[in-house]
Design a protein around this ligand. Structure first.
Ligand SMILES: [Zn+2]
Length: 309
């Protein structure tokens, strides 16, 4: 998945947060104004919680350098989470760190539990590294649940229900806000279905194995490699891709983030175009979860070509 090169702003923030932790307080404690604190472990859930809670709760999503799926919370962040009124988790093995951390079960909600029986097991995953994040593997359960927007809808409903339970006095506001979010998700689902129907069964390749639910819901034929947007593939990587293309003649590669221009050029040389479908597991530099998803749909219109309407 995408790795973010820390820029100076991020470094400055890290220094600030570390500084705060050493002086005994942790990030974000100051501004909850007595409101209930809701902690989210990835950006899609934070976005859903922010939309539904409005100003009834303080939603916390930590600054994470890299993919939140491979995050290791600091002791201070764990303490923050344990002190929250509600902890929203993605489930589907997203929170690998949770095995070694005790979260209060009554305050912790697994937002993918309603479709637990439909989770996808990944076979034959190899270990690889994402820049500074160290080695990891995609073995186990596929976790990018929200790229199936019907599953995203179910996760948003789980967030709504958890918020209503935690703040029954705000029920009307929460339900009204949730209805607006659910309408947006329904529209996304419809638009994604329309553009992917136009793509049909044309083979596609993905730069990373994170599109399992997306492919299943929208009936796309996707084979994956293990490339990173900011890393130019080696000759061996390209040879592996060519082997895939023999039986799976894809004309497009889906990237999680803006690929290096050299990678785009290399792919063009073997007849493969590049398109970005960003799962936005982490907070984007610009816009929000919804605007990133709308851009993904727009990007896919190029893959669908003129036949899409
Ligand atoms: Zn990976």
């Amino acid at each position: 998945m995408r790795t973010y090169f820390p820029n100076l702003t991020v470094l400055a923030l890290v220094v600030l947060v570390v500084g705060c932790d050493q002086s005994g307080s942790s990030d974000g404690d100051a501004d909850n104004n007595g409101k209930p604190v809701v902690y989210a472990t990835n950006y899609p859930l934070a976005y859903f919680a922010e939309r539904i809670a409005g100003d009834t709760a303080a939603v916390r999503f930590p600054e994470i350098d890299g993919d939140p799926a491979f995050w290791r919370p600091s002791d201070a962040q764990v303490a923050d989470m344990q002190g929250a009124d509600l902890i929203l988790t993605n489930g589907a093995t997203y929170e690998k760190w949770a095995k070694t951390v005790s979260l209060p079960p009554k305050k912790t909600v697994d937002t993918s539990v309603s479709f637990a029986s439909a989770l996808i097991e990944i076979k034959d995953a190899t270990t690889h590294s994402h820049g500074s994040e160290g080695e990891h593997s995609h073995a186990g359960t596929a976790f990018t649940t929200w790229m199936d927007f019907d599953q995203a809808r179910q996760q948003a409903i789980a967030v709504r229900d958890a918020l209503v339970k935690a703040m029954p006095d705000d029920k009307e506001t929460l339900n009204a806000n949730a209805d607006a979010l659910l309408a947006d998700l329904a529209k996304l689902h419809e638009d994604m279905r329309s553009v992917t129907t136009a793509i049909g069964d044309r083979p596609l390749v993905a730069s990373h194995p994170v599109y399992q639910y997306f492919a299943r819901q929208y009936k796309l034929k996707i084979e994956s490699v293990l490339w990173e947007p900011e890393t130019v593939p080696t000759e061996a990587d390209v040879a592996d891709l060519k082997r895939i293309l023999k039986d799976h003649p894809a004309a497009w590669m889906i990237w999680e983030g803006e690929p290096a221009s050299e990678s785009v050029g290399l792919l063009k040389g073997i007849g493969v175009e590049s398109v970005i479908v960003d799962p936005a597991g982490n907070r984007p530099d610009q816009g929000d979860w919804l605007s990133v998803m709308k851009r993904n749909i727009d990007n896919l219109r190029a893959v669908a070509g003129r036949s899409s309407n």
